[in-house]
Design a binder for this molecule. Structure first.
Ligand code: BGC
Length: 762
């Protein structure tokens, strides 16, 4: 008991003087932290750098042990994978009352696309092109997570990726850098709000720093080797945008970058992140990423790599306990200085201060708020609305969609009655049993007006070993006892009794996400064989796709009558899908990642370079950059997505065709809804810089507006462009625009646009 008194007194002194609105807050923070650190032993400081995992969702080979004991000793700075007010309170209490200095713990979690109310996977969220909706999903996640004991989320993930083989494309905003920046900002705003100290905001963590999405061959954790120019031009900006928006933390990535693992990369984490970008939050590693520097081959043992990671700029060690086990000796040996440990410790304590944890360590444990907030009707409604917004209509011949609310629907496919996969991978604390299946959604929306005839038709996958592996990590795939031929025959019989086929096909959630790369990105198992058989019935065939990455869907594009990309749409998936299928919501999503015709085209992305031998489409033109067997065209380009209505674009009007520094060019275009439904359109603006001191991409997204236009009406959509929007990195990494000839494009996707010339003059 004797030991407790100074602890409680100390926390109380902090409480009385923590004024979040006080302009002198920084100074106050410094004073508190100085006072605290002056009492800390080296071991306790190192303890603050230790992040342990307790609970669920282990994503690496090591799990944290003896956590309670370590908390008592002051050897734990933060905990993740643990939530609920009760559990967090208990653990926090242990830190406050049983450790010598009573420093509160920070509680983190992978809240990636929702905490308990689950939204579409991030690639789906990005497809909404609706920054308010994206921000709202993060805001709701923050409400729920913060009521559930958490104050730190490992999101946003803003790795740019051009490789759909990589399973983690499901977690990222897509292939475009500028667009990725908008998503990064929206997410950070949603999580952190305007005051991190409030009880309903959480600290964001921008990840994975850096270049994780450029892993060679799309294989997870693989090497990244890249020119500095590409890093700065194409990959870094979304991380920076998230940090500039105020994200309090950043997570290192698993990959090496040009020979140095990111987690031990001083150039990356100190010169770039701190010195150039001025980031003042803290850096946490990815799961055991310091330990992994040993097999990377950059240090002989954990003692060496621990010192290297700290010196490089890491503040917190996730799970690996390399810091905990090695830094004391490294300081004693003079391999790292105590000052470096102090800097890292201070950053962690600052984060805790900013979160208000010194003021009220139990700020985020409120059982009553949790009860009211978590999965409230308001959140469920938002999840349904946002899920509708994320869906992309890829094809709709003869207006098969929207479906009529009458007659019989043959609902076929392994994902039609599925709940588990609806919430996707990285589904936080989401409970898949609360997810709405497509079958249920159709019944909820169309009730007795339609007759639903169901057949499974195929398994999601038939490779038994793969299924076992997926099930070992949270999947619940099964293999039907019937043969594929029997299942298909049943589906065909069912389909022949219906007016329309709705085939719900795709991947299982575990086929994308971490450690889920695929070399074959077509529909897995016998699903295409099923579709081929269904096609022969002659009934109109609508595909409802579920997948965590762009798929290669050449046959499906040629033969299905309609295709709706629904990603993994979250808790309300089935209701939202039914809303879209029956036309209660007119789809307006657009792809943010290119869909290839075949996997061999990968990496394929819209903002590629022209090369010296661009291919013009003539197959007899031999010496061009092309394949012998497939054209260079994607199946669906970046920015692509249809609507139930049609939009016509007027010729864009430019306020000037000569843009000067300090002036702006206004561009307007009139978009008319010429179809039969009210609808939203994402009007996209691209530019091309024709000649540069370094070569420039054939197109670059520079703006978009999502507008609602009632049927029969038109809207004038305006953009403004300045020379700042045209800046790019030069080979010496300076950033500036260059005068010369440009093209401007405005349209409905990155492909179906025409160039309008303009000039940038001195
Ligand atoms: C992932 C991170 C995640 C972390 C903690 C890692 O395996 O790469 O994205 O935040 O685990 O669960």
């Amino acid at each position: 008991m004797k030991r407790l008194i100074p602890v409680i007194l100390f926390v109380m002194t902090l409480v009385s003087s923590c004024q979040h609105t006080d302009p002198g807050r920084e100074t106050d923070m410094d004073a508190k932290i100085n006072a605290l650190m002056s009492q800390m032993t080296l071991e306790e400081k190192i303890g603050q750098l230790n992040l342990v995992a307790v609970g669920f969702d282990v994503t690496g080979p090591i799990v944290s042990e003896n956590v309670d004991e370590k908390i008592k000793q002051g050897y734990v700075g933060g905990v993740f994978n643990t939530f609920t007010p009760d559990v967090v309170k208990k653990m926090q209490k242990r830190a406050l009352t049983e450790s010598r200095l009573g420093i509160p713990l920070i509680f983190g979690y992978d809240v990636i696309h929702g905490h308990r109310t689950i939204f579409p996977i991030p690639l789906g969220l990005a497809s909404s092109w609706d920054m308010e909706a994206i921000e709202k999903s993060a805001y709701i996640s923050a409400q729920e997570a913060s009521a559930d004991g958490l104050n730190w989320v490992f999101s946003p993930m803003v790795d740019i990726s051009r490789d759909p083989r990589w399973g983690r494309v499901s977690e990222c905003p897509g292939e475009d850098t500028w667009y990725g920046c908008q998503v990064a900002k929206a997410m950070v705003r949603g999580y952190q709000g305007d005051d991190l100290g409030k009880d309903n905001t959480v600290m964001a963590c921008v990840k994975h720093f850096a270049l994780y999405g450029a892993a060679e061959a799309g294989r997870d954790y693989n090497t990244t080797d890249m020119s500095r120019l590409s890093m700065f031009q194409d990959y870094f900006p979304p991380y920076k945008a998230g940090l500039d928006a105020g994200a309090g933390s950043v997570m290192t990535s698993f990959n090496e970058i040009n020979g140095i693992p990111a987690t031990g990369n001083k150039w990356l984490m100190t010169e770039l992140l701190r010195d150039q970008w001025g980031f003042d939050g803290f850096v946490v590693t990815d799961y055991t990423a310091i330990n992994e520097m040993v097999p990377h081959g950059i240090g002989a043992d954990e003692y060496e790599v621990g010192a290297q990671a700290l010196e490089a700029g890491v503040d917190m060690d996730m799970v690996g306990e390399v810091f905990l086990n090695n830094l004391k000796k490294a300081v004693e040996d003079g391999k790292v200085s105590e000052k470096t440990v102090d800097i890292a410790c201070r950053r962690i304590l600052e984060a805790k201060y900013k979160l208000g944890l010194f003021e009220d360590p139990y700020r985020y444990v409120d059982a009553e708020r949790a009860e009211k907030t978590i999965m409230s009707q308001e959140h469920i409604d938002a999840a349904r609305d946002i899920a509708c917004k994320s869906m992309v209509l890829l094809k709709n011949d003869s207006q098969v969609l929207p479906l009529k609310e009458k007659g019989a629907i043959a609902l076929i496919g392994p994902l039609a009655t599925n709940q588990r996969d609806m919430i996707g991978n990285w589904s936080g604390a989401g409970d898949w049993k609360k997810a709405v299946s497509v079958e249920q959604g159709i019944r909820n929306v169309a009730g007795d007006k339609v007759k639903v005839l169901y057949a499974k038709g195929a398994n999601i996958a038939d490779d038994e070993q793969m299924i076992q592996r997926l099930n070992a990590h949270g999947g619940n795939l099964d293999i039907d006892s019937r043969s594929s031929a029997e299942m298909i025959a049943e589906a065909v019989r069912v389909a022949s009794k219906a007016d329309v086929i709705v085939a719900v096909v795709g991947e299982s959630q575990g086929m994308s996400g971490e450690a889920a790369s695929r070399t074959d990105i077509t529909l897995p198992g016998q699903q295409q064989a099923l579709l081929k058989a269904l096609k022969k019935t002659g009934k109109p065939m609508v595909l409802v796709l579920m997948n965590g990455r762009p798929l290669a869907l050449k046959w499906e594009e040629e033969h299905a009558d309609a295709i709706l990309e629904t990603w993994f749409a979250g808790t309300q998936a089935g209701n939202a899908i039914a809303d879209v299928l029956f036309g209660h919501h007119n789809p307006s999503g657009k792809l943010t990642a290119t869909f290839p015709q075949v996997v061999g085209q990968v990496p394929i992305y819209y903002n590629h370079k022209n090369t010296g031998r661009p291919f013009g489409g003539d197959l007899f033109d031999k010496y061009k950059t092309r394949y012998l067997d497939v054209t260079n065209e994607p199946l669906y380009p970046f920015g692509f997505g249809l609507s139930y209505t049609t939009f016509d674009y007027s010729a864009p009007v430019l306020s000037t065709t000569q843009l000067k520094k300090g002036e702006s060019m206004k561009i307007s275009v009139t978009v008319s809804n010429t179809g039969n439904y009210d609808g939203e359109e994402v009007v996209q603006l691209y530019i091309r810089d024709l000649v540069g001191s370094v070569t420039r991409p054939v197109k670059e997204l520079k703006g978009f507006k999502k507008v609602f236009i009632a049927k029969g009406e038109s809207k004038k959509v305006e953009f403004e462009l300045t020379t700042d929007d045209l800046a790019f990195y030069h080979s010496d990494l300076t950033y500036a625009y260059e005068p010369g000839a440009f093209h401007l494009f405005i349209g409905t996707n990155s492909r179906d646009v025409k160039p309008i010339p303009f000039e940038v003059v001195e």
